[in-house]
Write a protein that binds this ligand. Structure first.
Ligand code: CA
Length: 412
């Protein structure tokens, strides 16, 4: 893909391997270590631009960055987001006329921690990747298992738990729960032995839809503020016992990790691509002729307690069968209402080949074939002190749009 890098006076932003060129401009919240203070921010090269301060200095218009958390800004919808993007691209341009003023608002990313960017209101987790859903069916029900009929008609989902969503670098405690011991026919209450990660994308909502209202494609697209990487940690043995008939509950509510920066639809616009071929024509309200997914390379690295790293997954966000917009259309279709700060997980993203499966359940085929790590050690599911790192990158020839990373360590 030959797309032009938009050059910035922040030199590091012009580096081909930088996550945050001027083409990206993600939104987030940072905590400055020295001043012990949080602020709204965008990232540029190895720097962050303090949007809360820039707003105070009237370098940018008043869009609610004084609130630090991004909800007020996010609720203003795509016009405000596109407007500030244009202003920031001018302020940070190579030939910016306001370099001195802008420099007052810049500080090194390394002097900050990322903090949660927005108040998360509701969390819904979809199941929108056919490769993953089919593999999971086969692992649970045998190699001839197919997907249920509804799967090809709608993006299956459940209402998840917003309270336990954490950002990158937060530890995840191994949960305890009810597990059915099949060999002895008894139920135990004990720590999960099948702790897993799930490689997903998260869709962040900016804008409100009242209860009872529904969405067409354009309306749903306009409600999407941006995207993050999402790890929907799962306890497979707890899940297997509890999930019938209403779906997962405690096996997925103990922790969900997201990457810190929200990547905008504008940054990802050049990386739109078609959804996979359909087995069945979707009903008209999905407006499938408009559907798109994104060409984003996704990677997962497992880091053992001693620091040895193994890349265990490489896949792509374009493997999603239902696009994020179609997930939002479906979510709204019965009239539940949607709000700024709602988060929707895509479902585990898997490719078709070994090594492209987005969770340990698939990688180890239900625990039957262990993964061999760089150290020579083996894993079927995650051990204590394992760290799982998700990375996402949309690559053009001259620049890339990076999601930074979504990392979490298992503790006991
Ligand atoms: Ca999930």
């Amino acid at each position: 893909m030959t797309l032009d890098l938009i050059k910035s006076f922040v030199e590091t932003a012009n580096n081909r391997d930088c996550d945050f060129p001027l083409n990206n401009l993600p939104f987030g919240v940072c905590y400055e270590k020295n001043k012990q203070k949080c602020f709204s921010a965008t990232a540029i090269g190895d720097q962050v631009l303090n949007l809360t301060y820039a707003e105070e200095l009237e370098l940018i218009p008043d869009l609610g960055f004084k609130n630090v958390l991004l909800n007020a800004f996010m609720s203003k919808g795509p016009s405000a987001r596109k407007h500030i993007r244009e202003i920031l691209q001018e302020l940070l341009a190579e030939n910016s006329k306001k370099i001195n003023e802008v420099q007052r608002c810049l500080l090194p990313l390394k002097n900050c921690y990322n903090s949660k960017a927005f108040e998360i209101l509701e969390y819904t987790d979809f199941y929108s990747c056919k490769n993953h859903a089919l593999n999971a069916s086969k692992i649970i029900r045998g190699k001839n298992a197919e997907l249920s009929k509804n799967w090809y008609n709608l993006p299956v989902a459940y209402n998840g738990r917003a309270s336990s969503i954490v950002i990158t670098n937060s530890d995840i405690r191994r949960p305890t729960g009810q597990i059915y011991d099949q060999d002895n026919g008894i139920v135990k209450f004990e720590p999960t032995k099948k702790l897993d990660f799930e490689l997903e994308m998260g869709t962040v909502i900016g804008g409100n839809l009242p209860i009872g209202a529904t969405l067409d494609f354009e309306g749903a697209e306009n409600l999407i503020f941006g995207y993050v990487l999402l790890n929907d940690w799962s306890a497979r043995d707890i899940q297997a016992w509890e999930y019938q008939p209403l779906g997962p509950f405690l096996s997925k509510s103990f922790g969900t990790s997201i990457s810190p920066w929200i990547i905008t639809p504008e940054a990802l616009e050049p990386f739109k691509t078609k959804t996979p071929e359909r087995e069945l024509q979707l009903l008209s309200h999905f407006e499938d002729n408009k559907a798109f997914v994104f060409d984003i390379n996704l990677k997962v690295t497992l880091i053992e307690a001693g620091g040895i790293e193994t890349d265990i997954v490489e896949t792509n966000a374009k493997e999603l069968y239902y696009s994020p917009v179609q997930q939002v259309i479906h979510h709204a279709s019965a009239g539940c209402g949607i709000s700024t700060g709602d988060l929707m997980g895509s479902g585990t993203i898997s490719g078709t080949e070994e090594g492209s499966f987005g969770c340990m359940l698939e990688l180890s085929w239900g625990g039957k074939q262990k993964i061999v790590l760089s150290s020579g050690k083996k894993r079927d599911f995650l051990h204590d002190n394992d760290t799982v790192v998700l990375k996402g990158t949309a690559s053009a020839e001259k620049y890339k749009i990076g999601f930074s990373s979504c990392s979490g360590r298992i503790i006991n």
